[in-house]
Design a protein around this ligand. Sequence first.
Ligand code: ATP
Ligand code: MG
Length: 316
Amino acid sequence: MTSEAALIAFTPTEDDSASRFGQLFPNHSPSQRAKDGRIGTPKRTYRRTSPDTATARTVAETECPLIECRDLAHTYHTRLGTQITAIADITLSIDASEFVCLLGPSGCGKTTLLNMIAGFLAPTAGTLRLNGEDICGPDPDRGVVFQDYSLFPWLTVESNIAYGLRMTGMSAARRKAAVGALLDLVGLPHIGAQYPFELSGGMKQRVAIARALATDPSVLLMDEPFAALDALTRESLQRQLLDIKARTQKTILFVTHNISEAIFLASRIVVLSSRPGRIVEDFRPWADFQPRKRTSPEFNRLYERLAQAIGVEGTE
Ligand SMILES: Nc1ncnc2c1ncn2[C@@H]1O[C@H](COP(=O)(O)OP(=O)(O)OP(=O)(O)O)[C@@H](O)[C@H]1O
Ligand SMILES: [Mg+2]
C-alpha cells in the first residue's frame, strides 16, 4: 500500500471540505472524489499486490460483498481434550459502508466470529472471504478495536497511532500530519505527546479507534469497545462513533450484547443464538446513520423485539 493510500479512505463529506483531510490530500478534495465517483462507493483504487492481481481484485470487489461468510463454523479443541463449537452455520454477507451490529448473549461466539474475520482464528468449517479473497491471517486492511484498552503503554499516543503507518514506509512528516488528522477525527487534538496511562478510558478507546483507522482498513472490527466505560461516557462515544462513520464511510462490524447500543448505532443488526451461535435474526431497522432517540416508541418496539430474539426479558 502506498503511503498516500493509507489515508484515502477518510472520505470527507462536502461539509468537511475545510477539514484537515482535504488539506492533507489536496488532489483528493471532496469535489474531486465526487467526480471520481469515490464518495460512498466500495471501490478502492489502490492495491498492494501486482497489477494483474489488482485488476482481478477490482473486478472481484465490484461483484462481491465486502465480507462473505458461508456455512462458517469454529470448534475449539480445549486443553482437556473436549470440543466446544462456538459458532455454526454462519452465512452472512456484509457490503461496503454497512454498519452491522452483531448482537447475542454472552458466550454465543461473537468474539470468535470477529476474530475469524480479523484473521486471528481460522474457520474449522465453511469459507470466509474479504473482497472475494480468502482471509488467511491478520492484515492492516482490517482494523480491530478490542474491549480492553490495547494501546502500547510504552508509546505516546502519537506513536501508538502511527505504529501501523511506520510499516507502510510513510515519511515522518506525513505520519505526523496523518496522526494529527486522526486525532482531530476522534475529537482529541493536542494529546499526541501523552502516554496511555495519562488518559481516561474513553480517551483510550478513541485513540484505539484512531489507531485502527490509521492504515485505511476496508473494515473496522470492534469487539465491545465501550463495555468497560461508564454509561455517560459510553453514550458519548456512541455518538462520536456515528460521527466518525458519517465522515469516513467506513464499513463497521461492531460486537455487543447491549441491545440499546445495537439499536442506537447500527443500520443492520444480526442476532446470534446462544452457543453455538447461529444467526436467528438479520434485519435493517433504519435507513440512515442519524443518532436515534432512545425514548422513541420505535426504539422501544425494536428493543422488545431484540430482547425476545436473544431470549432476555426486561431491561439490561
Ligand atoms: N480459546 C478457547 N478455547 C476453548 N474455548 C473457547 C476459547 N475461546 C472461547 N471459547 C468458548 O467459545 C464460546 C464462545 O466464546 P466467545 O468469546 O466467542 O463468546 P462471546 O459471544 O464473545 O462472549 P462474551 O459476550 O462474553 O464476550 C464460549 O463458550 C467460550 O468459552
Ligand atoms: Mg466476546
